[in-house]
Write a protein that binds this ligand. Structure first.
Ligand code: AMP
Length: 211
């Protein structure tokens, strides 16, 4: 099963993707995580992406399309995958269609902007493995330490409030139109996540995937 998870930055896509991945035994592909890895390792991709990412802007379509093309060709994607944070523009969605990839379901996690701002300010990520936590909603067992790999938890630079506002603006302008794109294809399921816990949202996501 090939799944797209879409929603504003900070809507909890990463956390949901990890849980679905365990449930369905298919990998999660997060373009954001791949780019952050590239930045850390100082690769050419990292250099190219750095200036766009710092201010909360989108990395150019051709760069992320190449990342996805390469990643989904790996063996572990044979039985399906979850795309987290891709596509983020209509051009990227069209590129996916042109690659001949069949998307089975598109799950939109719909959260209002004010809640997004609140959530992103408390988000912490593991600098080693990228796992996501929250100071209130998803605390690690030990403060500041990743449960999975014992890496250090840090605040992402692009989770600072001013950057988040910019990311939300870009989301509404460039990513939100995907809602219509995928509802026209009959693939979109919208999950309203305001006032819902992570587990409640996950239950709704999993039953949408079974439907
Ligand atoms: P994320 O972790 O998904 O919030 O992504 C972090 C940042 O990586 C975004 O703010 C963009 O700068 C960049 N990025 C990730 N995925 C994409 C994409 N599909 N298209 C363009 N830029 C992306």
């Amino acid at each position: 099963m090939n799944i797209i998870l879409f929603g504003a930055p900070g809507a909890g896509k990463g956390t949901q993707a990890e849980a679905i991945s365990e449930h369905k035994s298919i990998p999660t592909i997060s373009t954001g995580n791949i780019i952050r890895e590239a930045l850390k390792s100082g690769s050419e991709l990292g250099h190219k992406a750095k200036s766009y990412m710092a201010g909360g802007g989108l990395v150019p379509d051709e760069i992320v399309i190449d990342i996805i093309k390469e990643r989904i060709s790996h063996d572990d994607c044979k039985n399906g995958f979850i795309l987290d944070g891709f596509p983020r523009t209509i051009t990227q969605a069209e590129a996916l269609d042109k690659m001949g990839v069949t998307i089975d379901k598109v799950i939109e996690i719909d959260i209002s902007d004010s809640i997004i701002i609140e959530r992103t300010s408390g988000r912490r990520v593991c600098e080693k493995c990228g796992s996501s936590y929250h100071l209130v909603n998803k605390k690690p067992q030990k403060d500041g330490i990743c449960d999975r790999c014992h890496g250090t938890l840090v605040q992402r630079e692009d989770d600072h409030p001013e950057t988040v506002k910019n990311r939300l603006k870009i989301y509404h302008e460039q990513t939100k139109p995907l809602e219509r794109y995928y509802s026209n294809q009959g693939k979109l399921v919208v999950i309203k996540g305001d006032n819902k816990t992570i587990n409640e949202t996950l239950e709704m996501v999993l039953s949408a995937l079974e439907a």
